[in-house]
Design a protein around this ligand. Structure first.
Ligand SMILES: Nc1ncnc2c1ncn2[C@@H]1O[C@H](COP(=O)(O)OP(=O)(O)OP(=O)(O)O)[C@@H](O)[C@H]1O
Ligand SMILES: [Mg+2]
Length: 347
């Protein structure tokens, strides 16, 4: 089955000096837990590790972190495991074989009688096979681990990653982090523009996302957004239409409402779905903190499907207080925070 998975596992040792955490991710992972257990912290770690924009001082909150990607690459903090060393070496050697002057062509030139012209796909396959067989030799593993560890240990307080992998992530993966609770309509965090205009952070975020969506040349993104948002708005007797390159929200009795006149939940939903639509066609990791804020249970149940319909090429990690968002056929993707936490041995 085709998967949109980008990240596979996250392990944290000594979180807040108390817990070890181990999570296996699926295409959709919903982590449910009580206040203060570390849910938002997990999302911030994921965002920081993948984008390289770190919000947290990891040494203040834990001993070590290891994030394993679906393709075997690893980013870690604190500890350098054997798997991490191998992942770094594997990626580094692969890039040398594929892209250096003395690449795979020269290996072939050295063998008498072989004068193959290999396609890029064949080269890639051969490079991978060469590396895999080399990794079966203990001598080779020791040699590379030693080299990798020497380099990494010089930067012991940093996050360790392979530069080729980091570049690949930048080039090919979109990461969106939605902290619904921070910018919800009721959060009270308004910005005063000094000319008696005060705007709520949510409104500003919605305008940004909608503007970006309207600029999107891929009309499928706009259509997908409208199709999904209208499934929800139908319940409150409204619909979203496109009029002269603007989104308008029309009531049953044909009154056009500006965004600011929509309810908190309606705006919250527009924000989430417009953000999803802006990732259309791109491989995306969608991180959501409490997406249920302001949404009635019937809307909570539909939100995950709506997001996945808008961009099927997306891995979603959501943290929440409410299992409502997985009620509609996603019970298998539900993880209880307490089930992934163990008292730490690192004391
Ligand atoms: N260095 C630290 N040592 C111990 N505890 C810490 C440290 N840093 C943060 N904490 C605590 O860890 C908890 C983590 O908060 P986090 O925001 O991740 O929880 P949450 O599960 O998202 O909670 P909520 O459901 O309320 O949003 C908070 O209670 C915070 O006070
Ligand atoms: Mg939180």
């Amino acid at each position: 089955m085709k998967t949109s998975r980008i990240i596979k596992t996250l392990s944290i040792v000594g979180l807040f000096g108390q817990f070890d955490i181990s999570i296996q991710f699926s295409d959709l992972t919903v982590i449910v837990g009580k206040n203060g257990l570390g849910k938002t912290t997990l999302l911030k770690i994921l965002k920081g590790f993948i984008t390289g924009k770190h919000e947290l001082f990891y040494s203040e909150i834990c001993d070590s972190i290891e994030l394993v990607f679906d393709d075997g690459n690893i980013i870690s903090f604190g500890d350098i495991s054997d798997e991490m060393s191998k992942a770094v070496a594997r990626k580094g050697i692969f890039n040398h074989i594929m892209h250096d002057e003395k690449g795979i062509e020269s290996i072939f030139k050295g063998i008498d009688g072989i004068n193959e012209k290999l396609s890029e796909e064949e080269k890639k396959d051969l490079a991978e096979r060469l590396i895999e067989s080399a990794f079966k030799s203990n001598y080779f593993i020791d040699f590379y681990k030693k080299g990798v560890n020497e380099v990494l240990e010089k930067n012991n307080k940093q996050v360790f990653s392979n530069k080729y992998h980091t570049q690949e992530l930048k080039d090919s993966i979109v990461v969106r982090y939605l902290s619904t609770v921070n910018i919800s309509a009721n959060a009270g965090n308004t910005i005063d523009f000094g000319n008696s205009i005060e705007k709520n952070l949510l409104d500003l975020a919605i305008y940004d996302e909608l503007r970006l969506l309207l600029k999107n040349e891929d009309c499928k993104a706009i259509d997908a957004f409208r199709e999904q948002i209208n499934i929800f708005l139908r319940e409150s007797q409204k619909k979203c239409e496109l009029d002269q390159n603007e989104f308008v929200f029309i009531t049953d009795n044909q009154v056009a409402l500006p965004l600011s006149k929509l309810s908190s939940g309606e705006r919250q939903l527009i924000y989430i779905l417009a953000t999803a639509a802006n990732t259309c066609g791109k491989k995306t990791l969608f991180l959501m903190d409490e997406p249920e804020v302001s949404l009635h249970l019937s809307w909570q149940e539909k939100i995950v499907d709506a997001i996945m319909n808008i961009n099927p090429n997306m891995q979603i990690v959501a943290v929440t207080h409410s299992p409502g968002i997985i009620m509609n056929g996603h019970m298998d993707e539900y993880i209880e925070m307490k089930d992934i936490m163990r008292p730490t041995k690192n004391v």
